[in-house]
Design a protein around this ligand. Structure first.
Ligand code: SF4
Length: 196
């Protein structure tokens, strides 16, 4: 299934890259900024997690040990956490503010930074929008919309757009159907890490 997933990544990454290119005037992502990896639950399917771990196993020993220490610390925190509540945390694969497994990162990681709408049509924006970064010049927080009036005031030609990048879409679309890609079970990242 990993071979099919790699094939899928080639297709979906091209699409996501196109979205980033299209929304360039609103994207302020840069090397060293890791806000998207600092707090979240990070949903991963079995296949995505297998691929991520493939990247982990290829890391130099020193980095691998750093990640392992972070995973162990996280597992300790999780052991005493209220399981009825969401468990938000920094991703343990983030080392020195960089993704240590960048080429192997999950689908959700690949969409970090873009505005998108979820399976219920609700706008989802990157957290850095509240720090004056991505889309902050066109976002109306009260209405939770990318605001046309604010866009007009920027003078930017390219319209700010949210894309269909819901988990439902990422895991089930024309390409996944064509490849007969079965992603397996989906859990928050910690759900997989507890078994490591
Ligand atoms: S896997 Fe990498 S890109 Fe994804 S959340 Fe973790 S550090 Fe960030």
């Amino acid at each position: 299934m990993l071979t099919k997933y790699v094939e899928y990544l080639y297709t979906i990454q091209k699409k996501i890259d196109g979205f980033f290119e299209n929304q360039k005037p609103y994207i302020f992502c840069k090397e060293g900024c890791s806000a998207c990896c600092k707090t979240g639950e990070y949903p991963f399917t079995q296949v995505e997690m297998q691929y991520l771990m493939l990247g982990f196993h290829q890391l130099p020993t020193e980095t691998k040990l750093k990640v392992l220490a972070k995973i162990n610390e996280l597992k300790e925190r999780y052991a005493t956490a209220n399981k009825e509540e969401s468990f938000m945390h920094e991703c343990p694969f983030l080392v020195d503010d960089k993704c240590s497994v960048y080429d192997f990162r999950g689908l959700i990681c690949r969409t970090h930074g873009l505005a998108f709408y979820d399976a219920n049509g609700k706008l989802r924006v990157p957290s850095c929008i509240h720090e004056g970064l991505n889309y902050s010049n066109v976002f109306d927080p009260e209405k939770n919309i990318l605001c046309g009036d604010r866009w007009a005031a920027t003078g930017i030609e390219q319209e700010p757009v949210s894309f269909n990048l819901s988990r439902k879409f990422l895991l089930n679309n024309e390409a996944t159907k064509y490849l007969e890609l079965d992603f397996g079970e989906e859990k928050a990242m910690i759900g997989w890490l507890v078994d490591i």
